[in-house]
Design a protein around this ligand. Sequence first.
Ligand code: FEO
Length: 169
Amino acid sequence: MLSDKLQGAINDQINMELKASYLYLAMSAWCDARNFLGFAGWLRKQSEEEYAHAMRFFDGMREWGGTIRLKAIDEPTQSWEGLLELFQSVYQHECKVSAAINEIYGIAVAEKCYAPQSLLQWFVNEQVEEENSAHEIVAKLEFVKSDPTALLAIDRELGQRTSAQSPSE
Ligand code: FEO
């Protein structure tokens, strides 16, 4: 049985993943409205991936006998100065998610609660990839600045993402 503290942390994480899903969907709409269809498609897939993350915790709680409590999701930010600022926000958000996952893992270890640890280890690894892929896009955008040809090339590349996993996976 999970402690109240661990259940609270996992419920907060379900909320955080759903918030990320909502935020990335708003970002996808922003890119779509500016005809950056590749960026929009990448973010939409990312939104789907965040929903899947929330459901992994949701199903974990069911299996571990925890009590699921869903919390409110605020309206996400819906305007950005440009693609660079938008993807810097993605990267910052992923860093916050990583910190939250590490915190939950720490609680599970401290409480000698073993059942959730393999899923949490999966999330630790997943967050390394999530941070890396967001950081890679930020670095490319910083490099090309506002060069239209280069931006369109990145847009085309990101548009090749066909699943909730990034193309490199
Ligand atoms: Fe589910 Fe991108 O963190």
